[in-house]
Write a protein that binds this ligand. Structure first.
Ligand code: SF4
Ligand code: FES
Length: 225
């Protein structure tokens, strides 16, 4: 890994929607969340951002880094060759302060997260004993990146909630519950509101591929008609 101290110019969109610039020397092997920590500790204690795990598991640090939704804790400074980094809060959510947004509008629409699920990541390459097929409870870490990247901003339940409905349908055995989930997905703000841009699948850090789930639901809807 490239490891040397460089001067970084970091521009952060603040609570008042104005950009504040910080210039600081950092080891290029550090991450964007490390840079935010440095700024908060040494330069501006009022800077607010969310984080927890620092290793790509909790989803709380998602923000827009150089125009793309990413996890700040999994984005390394040496990816930016010109040493210029712009950090903005996620789109589509109510802003709380600086890089902190309220993702409850997404989470409240997500179905089922209470039991162990099969992983969605690359099942074909998983080990034969099956242990790794149960590696995570589910791959969605509720980061909100897909919702932020989606160009459909109104009257749409959003990519992550639709992906969660489709996962729930595939695991559910109760026919009544399945019908209820389908009804939700087929409401006017459900699958039909998706404009098929599929940016959701491009930005998802855990390869949930919400676009694929939305297509599954779309197919289900046409078969139901
Ligand atoms: S589907 Fe992917 S991008 Fe969307 S909230 Fe879940 S982990 Fe984040
Ligand atoms: S801090 Fe948990 S995913 Fe980044």
């Amino acid at each position: 890994m490239d490891r040397q101290t460089r001067n970084y110019s970091i521009s952060i969109k603040r609570e008042d929607d104005k950009y504040m610039d910080f210039s600081l020397d950092l080891d290029s092997s550090l991450t964007v969340i490390d840079a935010l920590d440095e700024i908060r500790i040494k330069m501006d204690p009022t800077l607010t951002y969310r984080h927890s795990c620092h290793h790509g598991s909790c989803g709380t640090c998602a923000c827009i880094i150089n125009s793309k939704e990413r996890l700040a804790c999994m984005t390394f400074l040496n990816e930016f060759e010109d040493n210029k980094i712009t950090i903005e809060p996620l789109n589509s959510f109510k802003k709380i302060s600086d890089l902190v947004v309220d993702i409850s509008s997404m989470v409240n629409n997500m179905k089922g997260s209470t039991y162990l699920r099969e992983t969605e990541v690359n099942k074909d390459s998983l080990k034969p004993n099956g242990i790794f097929t149960w590696e995570r409870f589910e791959n969605c870490i509720e980061c909100g990146s897909c919702v932020s990247a989606c160009p459909v901003k109104t009257d749409f339940i959003g990519p992550a909630p639709l992906a969660s409905i489709n996962r729930e349908i595939s695991k559910q055995t109760d026919e009544k519950a399945i019908e209820k989930l389908k009804d939700r997905a087929f409401e006017s703000d459900g699958v039909d509101a998706c404009d098929k841009h599929y940016l959701c699948s491009k930005v998802c850090p855990t390869k949930v591929s919400p676009g694929k789930h939305i297509n599954d639901l779309r197919k289900m809807k046409s078969e139901n008609q």
